[in-house]
Write a protein that binds this ligand. Structure first.
Ligand code: FDA
Ligand code: NAP
Length: 444
């Protein structure tokens, strides 16, 4: 896609995962409703093509939300970008319904996202890493009507700069390794799993270990056990057993669009209670079918008198020692207080993610962004960072707002509605002659 250097875009999106893809759809639908007032948008994505957690596209992994929580339906149930439209165009609608299952495979959902992303190739620059957002040289925050976004083309190394009245930073979760653990060709984080796994000769993987008791860890353990029938597979986790993800209907309401208001406008105590009572909907928990799959495999081994699936529970990794192809893992076993050693050919740390943090990209601009008493960014309800009054440009973030917008911030549950709110806010901040109707009034 060719961005124009002198044009001032209404919004430049950084990252083109589901969040900014959903924003592109919201802006597109606004434009369809108010054609006389087009919104000029451009997006930069560092991957060379659209991809959503590709390294975790394990064959039997299923979605953790209903297919109806797609990129558009909750905002606009008649959107042509909804999952049902995708199924219809793919010729699979009737067969999908015959499945009677709200939770498609991640592989199919990925196809849906690619299908939607393919409608926006004219405004996305793939293979482009945004390296900085800043005020134009010599301009003060109060005098500039736009920010500059600098992106590096990963293929050529060249840099280009575009101008934006607003930016939408949606760069996603950040993989987290335990302190002191370094990744390499034998020590992987779950976010790079399939890529690193495919570089190996499966025959060389005779002993593998997976660290963690979340969804990623359980899925990878199941995958390795099934894919490497000759290998010893050790699951190392800090709890006594895997805990189930609560996806029962009352608890699931915390992901409803209304819950964002309840969280945002709630008291500190209410917000704390959301986390205390409902963290187990998402973190350090596993879908019940994956837990049952693993237990069944372990039980079948008992029946057959074999054992190559090992559950090292109440255990944490103290240290990983690497030398060439050799990897020795030192483990602290809480049950008996002993340290044991495990030699593996590869170890996967499925130890979770940190939330998105926009400060690095914002650089010097960050000083205009206000923070709360705990040092976290203050964020308006429409996902715009609260800034000092002199900065007139909008900085929107998708992700990194769990402290203000609640548990669904890093998930897909609310992206259709959230992107509509951001689009409304961007359109609403334009001069009246440019604006047309707000999106919500026009869409459904
Ligand atoms: P996402 O991480 O998807 O996209 C961010 C994009 O920004 C990436 O494509 C990245 O390359 C790009 N980028 C980053 N920095 C950049 C830069 N400087 N310049 C240019 N591009 C840059 N949630 C849910 O509700 N249901 C589910 O089923 C799942 N399933 C799931 C599976 C797995 C394996 C994980 C790890 C997570 C989930 N999630 C989930 C949660 C997940 O956060 C969510 O599904 C989306 O990925 C959020 O979309 P975003 O676009 O915000 O981030
Ligand atoms: P997670 O839920 O944060 O789980 C991380 C796990 O690693 C926890 O069990 C944690 O234990 C453990 N851990 C952290 N540090 C450790 C250490 N030093 N030693 C041992 N264990 C350690 O991360 P995740 O499983 O990657 O899930 C992240 C998100 O992705 C969730 O939203 C999840 O639903 C989603 N996801 C979805 C799918 C899918 O859609 N099919 C697949 C995978 C992931 P503590 O509890 O002690 O911290």
């Amino acid at each position: 896609m060719g961005t124009r250097a002198h044009e001032i875009y209404d919004v430049v999106g950084i990252g083109f995962g589901p969040s900014n893809l959903s924003l592109a759809i919201s802006l597109e639908e606004h434009q369809e409703n108010v054609p006389a007032h087009p919104t000029r948008a451009a997006f930069f994505e560092r991957q060379s093509a659209f991809g959503w957690h590709r390294n975790m596209l394990l064959p039997s992994a299923t979605m953790q939300i209903s297919f109806l929580k797609d990129l558009a339906t909750f905002r606009n149930p008649v959107s042509r970008f909804g999952y049902v439209s995708f199924l219809h165009e793919s010729g699979r609608l009737a067969r999908f319904v015959n499945n009677m299952d709200f939770f498609p495979t991640r592989l199919e959902f990925h196809q849906y996202l690619e299908w939607a992303a393919s409608r926006f190739t004219d405004r996305v620059s793939y293979g482009s890493d945004v390296t900085a957002i800043r005020l134009p040289q010599g301009a003060g925050a109060g005098s500039s009507e736009y920010l500059q976004v600098e992106a590096r083309d990963n293929a050529t190394g060249s840099t280009r700069v575009v101008n934006a009245r607003n930016v939408a930073i949606s760069t996603g979760l950040v993989p987290r390794m335990p302190d002191g653990m370094e990744r390499d060709e034998r020590v992987w984080h779950s976010s790079e799993f399939l890529e690193k796994y495919r570089r190996m000769n499966p025959g060389d993987l005779k002993s593998v270990a997976v660290v963690g008791a979340g969804q990623s860890a359980a899925e990878i353990t199941r995958f390795l056990y099934d894919s490497l029938p000759h290998a010893e597979v050790s699951a190392i986790f800090p709890s006594y057993g895997y805990s189930v993800a609560d996806d029962t209907p009352f608890a699931n309401q915390i992901f409803d669009p209304d819950a964002v208001d309840d969280y945002y406008y709630g008291t500190d105590k209410a917000r704390e209670s959301f986390w205390r009572y409902h963290k187990n909907t998402n973190y350090s928990v596993v879908d019940s079918d994956v837990i049952k799959d693993l237990y069944r495999r372990s039980y079948d081994e008992d029946v057959q008198g074999t054992e190559r699936l090992h559950f090292l529970n109440m255990t944490r990794v103290r240290e990983v020692k690497r030398a060439g192809d050799e990897t020795r893992v030192l483990l602290d076993t809480l049950l008996d207080g002993h340290t044991q050693e495990l030699d593996v050919d590869a170890i996967v740390f499925a130890t979770g993610y940190d939330s998105m943090e926009p400060s690095r990209l914002l650089g010097d601009l960050d000083r205009y962004c206000l923070r709360d008493a705990a040092g976290r960014h203050r964020v308006q309800r429409d996902n715009r960072l609260v800034t000092t009054p002199e900065l007139s440009c909008g900085i929107y973030i998708q992700g990194g707002t769990e402290h203000t917008h609640g548990l669904s911030s890093a998930l897909l549950s609310n992206i259709a509605v959230r992107s509509g709110e951001i689009a409304d806010s961007i359109v609403g901040s334009r001069p009246a002659r440019d604006r047309g109707q707000p999106l919500h009034a026009a869409a459904v």
